[in-house]
Design a protein around this ligand. Structure first.
Ligand code: HEC
Length: 162
């Protein structure tokens, strides 16, 4: 029993040390103008934009609006930060205008696919974030839009190849 107590105290001390701000990953807040946001280069109707803001931008942009209180507690903040870093590497709506047309076409296709399969937004995220739960109608509209954009950008790619 004594040994158990010692281990517990060591774990509590370790946990407290981890809470020192030094170990906090930098939060995903940019102050830069969104000059390369997807809407500056592609047609994003307002309703689609609002769905993307609500359900995707927390991970797939340079600004995470909704950091819950527990995102400031270690090791949760590492776990959340890892998601954001990986998500942005794959797809960053704040940088989308810098993508080559080929990459953009591929990303539009993947957006439709991920949403059709309901793998995006991450279920662990929608569980905790009510605002990110899109209705079936909203999901359908984003998919239709992403498919249309995929076709448009691909068509341009094909015509410029000749
Ligand atoms: C909680 C964070 C989070 C949210 C919210 C989120 N994603 Fe993701 N997304 C990720 C992560 C992490 C990855 C990379 C790892 C993976 O594929 O699971 C990813 C990958 C993707 C990919 C794959 C890109 C590729 O090239 O394979 C697409 C497409 C995507 N997300 C679209 C979306 C869309 C659309 C939304 C909103 C409807 C969304 N995501 C919401 C975290 C998130």
């Amino acid at each position: 029993m004594k040994k158990f107590k010692k281990i517990l105290i060591v774990l509590i001390i370790l946990f407290l040390i981890l809470q020192i701000p030094f170990f906090q990953p930098k939060k995903n807040f940019t102050k830069a103008d969104p000059v390369n946001d997807i809407s500056t280069a592609y047609d994003v109707p307002m309703d689609i934009q609002m769905s993307l803001y609500a359900a995707c931008y927390d991970c797939h942009s340079n600004y995470t609006k909704d950091y819950p209180w527990y995102s400031y507690i270690q090791p949760v903040s590492w776990w959340i930060n890892k998601h954001i870093v990986e998500a942005k590497k794959e797809l960053n709506f704040s940088e989308f205008a810098t993508y080559t047309p080929k990459r953009a076409a591929k990303k539009f296709k993947e957006i439709a696919k991920e949403m059709e399969e309901k793998t995006m937004p991450l279920p662990s995220y929608t569980l905790m974030h009510k605002h990110a739960r899109l209705s079936d109608e909203e999901i359908k509209d984003v998919i239709t839009w992403a498919k249309k954009m995929h076709e448009e950008v691909s068509a341009k790619l094909d015509s410029s190849a000749h």
